[in-house]
Design a protein around this ligand. Sequence first.
Ligand code: DON
Length: 561
Amino acid sequence: MKKIIVSLILFSTTISAQYTDITIVKEVKVKNKGVVVSAHPLASEAGAKVMKMGGNAYDAIVATQYALAVVYPQAGNIGGGGFLVGVKNNGEKFTIDYRETAPKKASRDMYVDKNGKANTDLSQNGRLAVGVPGSVAGFFATLKYCKLPMGKLIQPAIDLAEKGFAITEQEANLLNNNKQNFQKHNQSSIVFVKDIPWKAGDLLVQKDLAETLKLIQKQGLKGFYEGKTAELLVSEMKKGNGIITSEDLKNYKVAERKALEFDYKGNQVVSMPLPSSGGLLLAQMLKMAAYENLEKYQQNSTQAVQVMVEAERRAYADRAEYMGDPDFIQDKTSYLISDEYLKNRWKSFSFSKATPSAEVGKITKQPKESTETTHISVIDKDGNAAAVTTTLNGYYGSKVVVSGAGFFLNNEMDDFSIKPGVPNMFGAVGGEANSIQPNKRMLSSMTPTIVLKNGKPYMVVGTPGGTTIPTSVYQAIVDVIDFKQNANISVNAPKFHHQWLPETVAFEKNFPETTIKDLEKLGYKSEKWNQIGRTEMILIDDNGNIHAVADGRGDDSVAVE
Ligand code: DON
């Protein structure tokens, strides 16, 4: 891989290890070739590899996700769920929803104790926090858009799990920081825990995971949802307070949903509909911000940030009130993104001061905030585009590894509103629309997005970051379309985030101080965060020149076919 793309690499670093060289490629400019941008160089390379074998963007996105489940266990997964947004070169748009579902035995107040207190430890850690995994069903649902058989798409992941790979410094730190959590939530020993601390370059071999992947390779969907893997998962549940049954696994279904599409300044935005709030929030925020002609201002200037924050405030208040699984609630999307509704919502905006959050939504309780998920952007040489965001929810999800099967289980149940007004791990509050019901999907913020210009993919973008996902994607789009920034500047510029509650605006640590000071004078409360998002962006210009950028905040990396 390195040999082939050296001349295209604008910025790269190499981490050498005993057995493997890992080259992190941050930025690539190329034409007539497929590119993959993901959180890990080996996963991006797995995607590029299957494109070289004749695969398209959808083959690449499946191979990359399997590889992420091996090399990026903090968020890459087969024990979680995700969303795919695709635009084919013939203009066809589609989405695949492989979000986890609440097990059949789940109930509205399952995390609320006798005294009415919500127990977020139970919704965030251990077996009761696990939703029925959707990822493997999602990969099989993607196959109809692919050119290669599943057996080939999963092979790079099997090789990585069997032979092992050298971990990066970030991964070593994360594994070390989670050692106690892993020990607390797993009775048997797991490969992620060692007696001595992990360090960069150490080899991580995952034999059990390799066997699970081989079962999927041999038996298809049943290799995960039935038979040995399912039995191991269910017996893992029984080791503690888990409630997922073999029936839950057998009954899991993906949903293919019509993409949420809207115009933004002559560009067509194609994003994920409910049960992700992502596309809907994106539409609301972009449309409200457009009422103030954002293109007049500079990126991260006081006025631009004020307009964008106020649009965020109004959209996130709606998230808490109206958004949830559309198969369970009345879907108000078209009304919520209509000009009729949004113009009225925007009436209370004023450049002279911050709008109090209480004026734009019903506040029940003041939440705390906090922020693993991962995003992949792909375009192939024929112009097919794919954007996937996938997650275990928190880092390593519930921290539970299915004993004998080698993969982490999600803690996605925490994305439900476990009690109206009680914030989840991202500080998001919700109400009835996102309450727990058996088989229901928990509301997400994931926002895999493809922007089209003249009907052709112009931008493929997305990021992890919990509730900061929609606001980061929103900034990425505004940076490129309104502020005419290139992909590198847009991805790596300091970000900000507001989500109605708490009332505070979060700024990334290197955000321009003058803007923060000016906003404070207008009544905005501010807070500094270390990092917001890990955006993976591909821009394709009118002449087909591709500019792919992997976020500088992590080990994220671009690979070329
Ligand atoms: O679906 C969601 O919105 C969350 N479970 C995503 C979690 C996430 O992005 C964590 N990343 N840092």
